[in-house]
Design a protein around this ligand. Sequence first.
Ligand code: ADP
Ligand code: LRH
Length: 479
Amino acid sequence: MHHTYAAVDLGASSGRVMVGRVGPDSLDLAEAHRFPNRPVRLPEGLRWDILGLYAGVLDGLRAAGQVDSVGIDSWAVDYGLLDADGALLGNPVHYRDSRTEGVAEKVWATVSAAELYAATGLQYAPFNTLYQLTAARSSAQFARAERLLLVPDLLTYWLTGEAGTELTNASTTQLIDPRTRDWAYGPAERLGIDLGLFAPLRRPGDPAGLLLPRVLEETGLTGPVPVTTVASHDTASAVAAVPAAGERFAYICTGTWSLAGLELDGPVLTEASRAANFTNELGLDGTVRYLRNIMGLWLLQECLREWGDPALDGLLSAAAEVTPLRSVVDAGDAAFLAPGRMPQRIADACRESGQPVPASPAEITRCILDSLALAHRRAVAEAQALADHPVDVVHIVGGGARNDLLCRLTADACGLPVVAGPAEAAALGNVLVQARAHGQVGDRAQMRRLLARTQPLRRYEPRGDTAAWRAAEERLATR
Ligand code: ADP
Ligand code: LRH
């Protein structure tokens, strides 16, 4: 008996509605609708076009046709505020907006960075919801806010009228304790964050209501159509769909970001882990996603935008011919977070560190991919050491799994085999959690076996030794 599920997956670069068809031993995924996710710069700052995205979701559901359930995941940390009538107060602020500059230091004056890490396990990133809320607190808009909904929860609310806070995404706010998997009440209280703004926590698999009559009307679907809570943080859904066997694997979710790390049973809250800026976000079934944020293909996306969007295929073929490891930048550096002038910023970073300056698009692309592979190598090695969890294989999922050169370089840099795919891991994780909630699949291991059996994967064996990568790593560290 087959069931079909609509997976709404909103990434920072594009949104898509995918249809997953699940049978006793089958799993197919088809794209119903894809739409660009283009942030808008307003006089007051960088904003998400949330209404455009919601329109894309409705178009996608119409294109998907009749399904047994709908699930929504998106990028993390960002939120919309609702007033007492339940109406949205303004466009959600983009995590790359500059409003959080200098905010963390103010927070740390009340609760030190070390205390915060011990209580929440979250990496420092300027855009953690905690810092965004601190920056927003004095605004007129915030004064009217009665409810805060993270982006996937906001879209779910518009579809069903029901408000909740999904746990895996809540874990990126820096207001969740990864040991209890509940709110970090102590730090929130000391920082004056009103946890009452958040709707009650819900977990992947929980029901999230039925599509409202006007949504059914707009999408042409016949009710009742349930919405199922999935691992609504896109990275949590993607990790759930890593087609690994056993536990000795690392993963890299490569899209706009590279999220590189391990799946663990519990958090690593040591000072060494904090110093290395590893995060302990929550995954499916209370697992911990122990990982590092690396700038990812954002570096390339921003260059492409500057270059007038040339074809990616040609650029990647040209980059494959460029001398390897000629110049590298620190792909973990938050200096690359803001949009704009990316080719120049990369060239500047190379010049300032005394390396040859990449000039042509092919050279800059190669510099980006070498730098990403190097950052992947470092994250995979450090995660294993910090968590005392050795691995035999690295899985690459997400859009970057389509980038043959990046996968090959990552295998070479890590000195480990890389298994690439699925590229639409977040959507597949979304589908599988819905299927599980409907009794169609079993535990995580069974989900992963189904993925490994049904999804096309590519394997890259590491070539040569890792001496050149080690040297590049040392070059970067000493500059
Ligand atoms: P996000 O979810 O963050 O929006 P995706 O997982 O969709 O990101 O990945 C988008 C990235 O995948 C693009 O920036 C691009 O670099 C890469 N990508 C997509 N398709 C291809 C392709 N055919 N070849 C190489 N890279 C690709
Ligand atoms: C990737 C992602 C990542 C977060 C970032 C804000 O889409 O969810 O896991 O750190 O966006």
